[in-house]
Design a protein around this ligand. Structure first.
Ligand SMILES: *Cc1c(COP(=O)(O)O)cnc(C)c1O
Length: 448
């Protein structure tokens, strides 16, 4: 029988980003010749013989055993993301928050200390506050824009720095290189949530970050159909530096095997998979991995359109009288312009906030008048999305508490999709006109 055509080896030839987005991790399935990576919807895999099974369970050989830990469809997705981020490997999870929780479980022990940006995604702030109490580690939340704040928060127990490439609602762009240097001076790794940037806009590992997490739920999938997360690692952090015994010490479950000593640059990711994913069990399903791999094929095309549309919408809003301010880090005059130029030369993403004059009532009125923008709590969909935090996610907060979170009663957050920009502007114009009449009604109802 003739040999089937070999898959292009994205890794060896040094293909470009768009080629790796389509081919990374995928090769024709050797048994049937299926060109698309099949959905291996199976819990488990038959062993070749008892010796092979024993070798897998002792981690002497790497192979398919049970889909909580390894699955070929999920592995193809992991390899694709690792290739795009320039990482040594990747481990996929059931959600972005599961990916983060697994990272904390792998690195931290009771008594440790974490320094985190206070502009992290809201769900992450809640997760850190809650898990730190449950697991007895401490967290200092710092102003991500102030390198001294990161430095001054350091303690001798500090074991992790955690920031976000592009934060929200302020659009804070992290000075990754500077914060990585501060972390490395303390022999601690820098973890970056790069969900809003995706590897197309920024690859934090190239700037000194050690670990990157994504909620694949967002731009990587792009279709708003599936929840997922992924962790990638550089393979360069010295986990054997004596500060991370939970990673470097011999593991009783694997006959005293020490992960960094045995697996070298794969030590952290092997620990993350063979112990943390095994124990927490929050694995990505093969079906979702299939959908995410499909999504990633068009990531460069979508991100180009997302970022261009976002700039067009931000410029339109900045020129409107109903709008007090626009927090898009890519607009001229943004305080983040030098960081955008350095870290995000292809664009500063497609999620940003703006403030309406007229407060809570104006915000609600604006949202109600929109048609194309969907009112919901998500970002990174091909469809344009909108939310008014003061009347939804942050409804319980007082104005003082809102201000602490960088949100005003009139703050609106947009996730700009890939539709025709003139249609998005048409929709937003209707929303702003509704706000305008609200302001007029209030003015005319006012007894003079
Ligand atoms: C959505 C999101 C998360 C959480 O991811 P899930 O997949 O919802 O668990 C974390 N960080 C950022 C920046 C996000 O947008």
């Amino acid at each position: 029988m003739k040999r089937r055509q070999e898959a292009p080896s994205a890794e060896t030839r040094g293909f470009g980003f768009a080629t790796r987005a389509v081919h990374g991790g995928a090769r024709p399935e050797p048994y049937t010749g299926a060109r698309a990576t099949p959905i291996f919807q199976t819990t488990s895999f038959v062993f070749e013989d008892p010796e092979a099974a024993a070798a897998y369970f002792n981690l002497q050989e790497y192979g398919n055993t049970y889909s909580r830990i390894v699955n070929p469809t999920v592995a193809a997705f992991e390899e694709r993301i690792a290739s795009l981020e320039g990482a040594v490997g990747a481990v996929a999870f059931a959600s972005g928050l599961a990916a983060q929780a697994a990272t904390f479980f792998t690195i931290l022990k009771p008594g440790d200390h974490v320094i985190a940006s206070r502009a992290l995604y809201g769900g992450t702030l809640t997760q850190l506050r809650h898990l730190s109490r449950k697991l007895s580690f401490a967290v200092s939340f710092v102003d991500p824009d102030d390198p001294d704040a990161w430095d001054q928060a350091c303690r001798k127990e500090t074991r992790l720095f955690f920031g976000e490439t592009i934060g929200n609602p302020g659009g804070n762009v992290l000075d990754i290189e500077t914060v990585a240097e501060i972390a490395h001076r303390r022999q601690a790794p820098l973890l970056v949530d790069s969900t809003f940037a995706t590897p197309w806009l920024c690859r934090p590992l190239e700037w000194g970050a050690d670990i990157v997490v994504h909620s694949t739920t967002k731009f990587l999938g792009g279709h708003g159909t599936s929840i997922g997360g992924v962790v990638v690692e550089s393979g360069r952090f010295p986990w054997g530096n004596g500060k991370f015994p939970g990673i470097s010490d011999p593991s009783p479950a694997y006959h005293g095997l020490a992960f960094p000593a045995t697996f070298g640059e794969y030590g952290f990711l092997m620990k993350l998979r063979a112990e943390t994913l095994r124990d927490l069990g929050a694995c990505m399903s093969p079906f979702n991995a299939f959908l995410f791999s499909l999504g990633v094929e068009t990531l460069p095309l979508r991100m180009e359109r997302h970022t261009a549309n976002a700039v067009a919408v931000a410029e339109f809003l900045a020129a409107r009288p109903e709008v007090a301010s626009v927090a898009h880090p890519g607009l001229p005059g943004s305080r983040y312009a030098p960081l955008v130029e350095k870290y995000l030369p292809r664009g500063a993403g497609a999620v940003f906030s703006f403030d309406l004059r007229g407060g809570r009532a104006a915000g609600a009125r604006f949202i109600e008048a929109l048609n194309l923008f969907s009112h919901l709590a998500n970002v990174g969909d091909a469809k344009s999305l909108v939310i008014h935090p003061a009347s939804t996610t942050h409804r319980q907060l007082t104005e003082a508490e809102l201000a602490g979170a960088g949100i005003s009663p009139g703050t609106i957050r947009l996730s700009v999709g890939i539709e025709d920009p003139q249609d998005l502007i048409w929709d937003l114009t209707r929303g702003l006109e509704a706000v305008g009449s609200e302001v007029e009604e209030e003015a005319s109802a006012c007894p003079m």
